[in-house]
Write a protein that binds this ligand. Sequence first.
Ligand code: M6R
Length: 608
Amino acid sequence: MCGIVGYFGKREAAPLLIEGLSKLEYRGYDSAGVAILNENGVNVAKRKGRLANLEAALEESPIEGYVGIGHTRWATHGSPSDVNSHPHTNGDGTIAVVHNGIIENYIKIKEWLMTKGYTFKSETDTEVIPNLVDYYYKGDLLNAVMEATEKLEGSYAIGVICKNEPDRLVAVRNESPLIVGLGDGENFIASDIPAVLNQTRDVYLLENKEFVVMTKDGVKIYGDFEKEIEKEVFHVTWNADAAEKGGYEHFMMKEIHEQPKAIKDTMAGRIVPGHPVNIDDIHITKEQIEKLNKVYIVACGTAYHAGVVGKYVIEKLARIPVEVDIASEFRYRDPIIDQNTLMIVVSQSGETADTLAALKMAKERGARVIAVTNVVGSSAAREADDILYTWAGPEIAVASTKAYVTQLIAMYTIALFFAEQKGTVDPHDLEDMKKEMSTLPEKVEAALASEESIHELAKRIKEHTDMFFLGRGTDYAVAMEASLKVKEISYVHSEAYASGELKHGPIALIEDGTIVVTLATQNDLFDKTVSNMKEVIARGANVIAVAQEGHTEIEKSTENVVFIPKVMDLFTPVVAIIPMQLLSYYLSIEKGCDVDKPRNLAKSVTVE
Ligand code: M6R
C-alpha cells in the first residue's frame, strides 16, 4: 500500500509533489508528507490525515527547492500519526526516505542498528531504511542504497534523497510498483502513472531491483552491481482527463458511467461475430487446452466475484473443472497443481500481494498462468505466462466497478475461446453468444437509465442497518458483489446468500422490515428464486427484486422491482450488477459517507 512520488528538475518541487500525491491518494490516505532538498539540507513536512492537512502546513511554512520526495500512507506498522508518517530520516536528518511496501525483517535490522548506536523515533518498519543507508553511506548514495537494500527482506518501492548529494535522487523497487516519468529537463518517480500524467506521457516501467539515479543530466537505471540498463520508453496513450473526475461528483459515479465503453474496449477485436475468438496475448495451444485437468481462478474481493462467474461459464461452456479461490487462502493450502493445470489470476491492479503470491506458487509447481489485469506492466502482467488486459482505463474509486465488469468480459472471453478450441459448444450457439455479447455495451447503457429510481429507493431504505442479497447460480455471484459494494462504501452490514442456503440458518435473521434484495435474472431458475423470495416475504422481509424485463409476474410479490434489459441468461451478471452499483453509491451518498475513499480501505492491497 501507500503511494510515493519524487521530483528532480527546475521547478519548485513542493506543488508538483502535492499534485502527484493527489493522484495517488487512492493508495492510502492515513497521512502525507514530503522531503525537499535546499541549501538548508533535507526539509521534511508531514501530517497525519488527508493530503489537505499537509497542503495547509506547506502553505503556512513553505519549503523551497527543486528536488524532493513525497508519500501518501496506508498504515501497516504503527498507527496513523505525524511521527509514523513518511518521509523518515536518519538520526541527523541528512537522509530522507519514502517507502511503499513492508520490510519483513525490520525488527532484526532495527535491533542490529541499535547495537551500532542508532536510535529510532517511529514504530514503522520504514525507519530502518534511512538508518541502514546512513550506515553504508561512504560518499556515494547509490552504493549505500544498493548495500542497504541487500539487507532488506520484503517489498519496497523507495525514493531517497541526501543532504550531501543535493544533485541526486535515488529510487528502487522490489515487489512494489514504481515508474519513472521522463520530462523535459525534469523527471519524476511515482507508484503509478496518473501521478505524472499532467507532466509527461513518457515513462519507464521499472522491474524488481532496478535502481534509478536522477541528476540534472537525466535518468540512469542500474541493475545489480551498478550495471547500467537501457530501458524502453513506454508512451502512455490514455488521456490525462481519464484520470480525473470528468464532471462527476465522484470517481465511482464516473467509472460506473464509463462501463459501456470499458466493456466495448475490452471486447474489441476479441469477440467479433462471424470470427473465431481472438485473444492474441494468450498463447496457450488447442492441445494444451485439451489436456487441462483443472483451472484455478484466484483473486481477492471484487475480482474474486468475477472469478465466481468465471467458474460457472468456463465449466458450462468449456467443460473443464474450475475451482475459484480467495488468494489469501489458496496460498496457504496445498493445492493439487501440475503442468496440465491452468491458473487464471484476476486483479485490477495486478499488484495485490496475495494474488501475486498464489501466482508464484502456481508457477513454481509447473502450472501455466494467465493474468487478467487492468494495469499494463503490473507485476501480475509481468510474471504470468499470458496476459489478458481488461481495458477499463484507470480506476480511481476504491470501490471497483468498471474493472469488475471488464473482468467479467475477460471470463466470458476465455470461456468462449476454450469452448471454441475444444468444440464443446455447437458453433451456431457459440455464434449467438458472440452476437449477444456484442450487445452488452448498449444493455449496460440502458441499465444505467434506472439511476433516478435507484436513488429514490436508496432514500427509502437508508435508515436500515442490515441488508441481505440472495441469488442462485450466477445471480449468487452478483449477490456477493452487490453485498460487498454496499458494505464497503455505505458501511451498512450486508450479507449475500445462495437462495437455497437460506433455510439452513440465515432465514432466522429475517424479521419485520428486513431489507432483502433478490436477484432473479435467470429464466430457468426464476420460479425457484421467486419461491425463496416469498419465503422471506412471509416472514416480514421488505423485498427488492431484480429481474429481466418482461417478468412482470414478479410485481405480484413485491412492488419494489428493478427491471434490467433482456439479455441471454449467461450474460446477466454484467447487466444486473449495474443497479446494484448505483444502489450502493446512492446509499453511501444518503448516509454522508466518503464514496471514493471509504474508511479503512485502500485501492491496492500490496501487503498480506
Ligand atoms: O487490484 P485487485 O483487483 O487485485 O484488488 C482486489 C480487491 O482488493 C478489490 O477488488 C476490492 O475488493 C475492491 N475495493 C472492491 O470494490
